[in-house]
Design a protein around this ligand. Structure first.
Ligand code: ATP
Ligand code: MG
Length: 401
């Protein structure tokens, strides 16, 4: 079967077109890497995929439908650039289908074709009407036959599936997303992927002070998110020592902000090694007492580069709906012991001032704490689709260390 993939022209503005299209084509290849014999080619104005008929359309549809940069796509058929060939093929294809009305919608990408799109609509529509007796309805057709005229061939199809939009992963650089086990941070990470970023995930855990549930949850979340970017690195960072030090030496109300400042420092140190340009968190303004503007400012002050918060203006219901849509909600809501629940004071500071946090940190050996955590971080790798058939995808992270 043939699959035609369309992208938004607007997405190319100001961007390097061949680079963008190359990534889109690469990602379509990766998304279908386990289906033998898929070929992807860049044509004028669209990308065409040749998929062996043995492949299941449901699988192809799901895979192509989650590649960022895809505006819409369809299962298409091809004839030579010849009107009579198109008419015959369209009639043949639609003869056995049940539909009460139809229209033809032609897009002529090759302007050298001897007829314009309106003329092609009428010619092909006339032929289909003549053969099937079905009436044309331009306003609310039950079936639309889409025709796309290129220089050397014509494609036709009668379906269009919505793609996820956005930019192809790999076109906007790398970021490191702080992944808790909660609802918000996986959504934030996925939003950055949609803007074309390759996202490395970093999870801070308090093992052995706490059990491994958040580690297992973030592995599962990484596995789900990898569907959108095909390869993911998950950094697992031991955080218990930092937390114990803060608890022993700093005022209790500042703990949460101090935890976050250390997370940011450690994540940036790890990010620098992989040339990541920014950090990402799942914070949303005002969602909990610790997510105030003052606290965000105090957290950012510990960072050298940008800390992006793609969910900052969303409310919990919107974030939850998105988590369900991308498939992370059920994992995120499993019970866990997040490291930030450890030693959390009854009334955390809602407006930590810089002077306060600086004073609190003055008694700590910040560089040494950061360096220790960085040196103890472990990396796990995830791939989608899993490389070899029969490999248990749940264990791919552990196998590919
Ligand atoms: P989430 O649902 O993402 O856990 P939350 O509403 O629980 O967010 P917080 O616990 O205040 O909010 O965390 C704010 C952000 O800090 C998270 O979205 C995440 O980006 C980061 N974060 C919190 N805990 C961790 C952790 N253990 N490891 C990595 N990042 C974390
Ligand atoms: Mg949380």
């Amino acid at each position: 079967m043939k699959v035609l993939v369309h992208y938004h022209e607007i997405a190319l503005k100001g961007r390097n077109r061949p680079f963008f299209l190359g990534k889109l084509a690469d990602n379509l290849r990766r998304a279908t890497a386990d289906l033998e014999g898929v070929r992807v080619r860049i044509l004028p104005g669209r990308v065409a995929m040749e998929v062996p008929d043995a492949a299941s359309w449901d699988v192809v549809r799901e895979r192509v439908g989650s590649v960022f940069g895809v505006a819409n796509f369809s299962q298409a058929h091809e004839v030579p650039a010849d009107l009579e060939a198109l008419k015959a093929a369209a009639v043949e294809a639609l003869r056995d289908r049940q539909f009460g009305s139809f229209r033809v919608t032609t897009k002529r990408s090759y302007k050298g074709f001897p007829m314009n799109s309106g003329e092609i609509d009428r010619e092909v529509g006339g032929a289909v009407h003549h053969a099937t007796g079905v009436r044309v309805d331009l306003e609310r057709p039950e079936l639309t036959l889409f025709v796309e005229v290129l220089q050397d061939r014509i494609f036709y199809s009668w379906e269009k599936h919505k793609g996820p939009g956005g930019f192809p992963v790999g076109t906007s650089g790398r970021v490191v997303a702080l992944l808790s086990g909660g609802i918000d941070s996986p959504v934030a990470a996925q939003r950055m992927m949609k803007r074309g970023c390759t996202v490395t995930l970093a999870h801070f855990h308090a093992f052995p002070l706490q059990d491994r549930t958040t580690i297992d949850k973030t592995r599962e979340l990484a596995r789900i998110l990898t569907r959108f970017q095909f390869r993911t690195r998950l950094l697992l960072v031991p955080f218990a020592e930092v937390q114990q030090t803060i608890v022993a030496r700093c005022p209790a109300p500042l703990r949460v902000v101090l935890y976050r400042r250390f997370m940011v420092r450690i994540a940036e140190a790890l990010a620098g090694r992989m040339k990541a340009k920014a950090l990402v968190t799942g914070e949303s303004l005002g969602q909990v007492a610790s997510q105030t503007l003052d606290n965000m400012a105090a957290i950012d002050e510990a960072a050298r580069g940008p800390v992006l918060r793609p969910l900052v203006g969303m409310d919990k219901e919107e974030i939850t709906a998105e988590a369900r849509r991308i498939g992370t909600f059920d994992v995120s809501t499993l019970p866990d012991q997040d490291c930030c629940q450890l030693y959390v004071p009854k009334s955390p500071a809602v407006a930590a001032t810089l002077a306060q946090v600086r004073e609190a940190e003055a008694g700590l050996d910040v560089p040494a704490l950061v360096a220790t955590a960085v040196s103890q971080a472990e990396t796990e790798r995830f791939e989608f689709p899993p490389r070899s058939v029969g490999q248990d995808p749940d264990r791919s992270g552990e196998l590919a260390q």
